[in-house]
Design a protein around this ligand. Structure first.
Ligand code: FAD
Length: 426
């Protein structure tokens, strides 16, 4: 999918086109932002270096995403969810265990309301839905494959030169170009970073027993092992219709050897960690791997620039929160700039961006601290820490208000919620 309509997003002045918003990176965060501002009349150009036919290929990304309920509400407000819902498996219960210890923590969504904690959707389905929704937008274009070759920041706006030679003038550049964001680097925003020395192995399984909407997170010394419910597949392609997605984090030295095992050996290793909860199982499709690390940008904004999604923060998938946090960035930034535009203010102005940064700072800081703390606390076999963890699990299980607090966090429904998360239009 390239640019479909030369005049769709912007206004042309000689060789330079004008758009209100230039979004660098058409991953989930960048696409969601362009869709979020569509109704306001703001024009947006999304530039992504990857060709749509590549990222929409079945081999590109084998992951699923666990969308917290707050993210589902955002996707509903963006009118993307109807295109995903048939492929979305509700998470009704969450079961957390510490290795093979008999102690575990059980969260049941009925203790905090009638909506599931969230839903699990294949990344391919989400990407397709976002692309289809963007195509219907009359104020946004996707320029792909394309790159931003240079950005010139001035008082009245930013001029971007694209790899195809075109120039775009914009009030605000949004860096949505992921962990290795060149846009962030070119603005001189520094990051703090550390490696976990773990790699996530991702695959899908078909299994004998239904998962009943239960997501499992088991902490092993080498890293967490997560099983996420998926919708059944009755096509008969596997021995059973029931499906789950595996996010299996292992030490980075062992992971390549596990990935190289033949199907029978790989399945046996998987079963050793999963146990027989889901009965007999088989791995379906491919295996993917992702090295894991922590990254935090030292600032969420610079002159006429805002960071969203993984460009601003990258975390361990231990709690499945990376994209959920990115969608909350998107909801907050969209609200702040649409409000500024409605008040006749400059959407790339310093006060507007400062409001965005203030709004997001605490949520980002807390989630990074929690995911990092959990990863370090659970990814080891040190006896005193094991005792502390088991005492912690028992305490949370035994104190209902504490348990409800964690459940509300898992759903993302805490803090000062942007309008899109409350189901309201911008
Ligand atoms: C194993 C694993 C499991 C996960 N599970 C979950 C989960 O269950 N729930 C959850 O919330 N999160 C999860 N995450 C995190 C989630 O995948 C990321 O947070 C999310 O994909 C980030 O999206 P993004 O759009 O911000 O960045 P990205 O997905 O990195 O997208 C960046 C985009 O920018 C483009 N780009 C990069 N550089 C340039 C450039 N110079 N010019 C133009 N374009 C450029 C890229 O092509 C890409 O399309 C998981 C992560 C991993 C590794």
């Amino acid at each position: 999918m390239g640019r479909q309509d030369g005049t769709k997003a912007g206004i042309k002045h000689g060789d330079t086109e004008s758009v209100d918003l230039l979004i660098v990176g058409g991953g989930f965060s960048g696409l969601a932002l362009a869709i979020a501002v569509e109704g306001s009349g703001l024009t947006a150009a999304v530039v992504d270096r990857a060709a749509p036919r590549d990222v929409l290929g079945a081999d590109f990304d084998g992951r699923t995403c666990a969308f917290a309920d707050a993210s589902v509400r955002i996707l509903e407000a963006l009118e993307v969810w109807p295109d995903m819902v048939a492929a979305a498996a509700p998470i009704n219960d969450i079961r957390v265990c510490d290795g093979h210890s008999p102690l575990f923590l059980h969260y049941d969504h009925r203790e905090v309301g009638d909506r599931p904690f969230g839903h699990v959707v294949e990344n391919l389905v989400t990407r397709q839905a976002l692309y289809r929704r963007l195509e219907k937008c009359s104020h946004a274009t996707l320029e792909a494959p394309a790159e931003v070759e240079s950005l010139q920041f001035a008082d009245d706006g930013v001029t971007a030169r694209l790899s195809d030679g075109r120039c775009l003038h914009t009030a605000l550049v949004v860096a949505a170009d992921g962990r290795r964001s060149q846009t962030r680097q070119s603005a001189g925003i520094r990051v703090s970073e550390s490696a976990y020395h773990q790699t996530s192995i991702v695959c899908s399984i078909a299994h004998e027993h239904p998962h009943k909407g239960v997501a499992i997170e088991c902490f092993y010394p080498a890293g967490p092992f997560a099983v996420l419910p998926m919708v059944d597949d009755a096509s008969g392609g596997a021995s059973w219709p029931h499906r789950s997605s595996i996010v299996w984090s292992e030490g980075s030295q062992l992971a390549p050897r596990l990935l190289a095992l033949d199907d029978a050996e790989f399945t046996a290793e998987l079963r050793r960690r999963l146990g027989d909860t889901l009965g007999d199982l088989e791995v379906t499709g491919g295996r993917w791997s992702y090295p894991l690390g922590l990254l935090r940008a030292e600032s969420l904004t610079a002159t006429r620039l805002a960071l969203v999604g993984d460009a601003a923060h990258g975390m361990h998938p231990i709690a499945g929160q990376g994209l959920n946090l990115g969608l909350r960035d998107v909801a907050a930034l969209a609200e702040v700039i649409v409000e500024a535009r409605d008040q006749g203010r400059d959407i790339g102005g310093g006060e507007v961006l400062e409001r965005y940064a203030r709004w997001r700072r605490f949520d980002v800081m807390i989630l990074i601290a929690v995911t990092d703390g959990l990863t370090r606390l659970f990814s080891n076999d040190v006896a005193p820490l094991r005792l502390l963890r088991d005492a912690g699990l028992a305490a949370v299980n035994g104190v209902p208000p504490l348990k409800r607090f964690f459940m509300h966090h898992a759903m993302g429904m805490v803090g000062d919620l942007p309008r899109l998360m409350r189901g309201q239009a911008l």
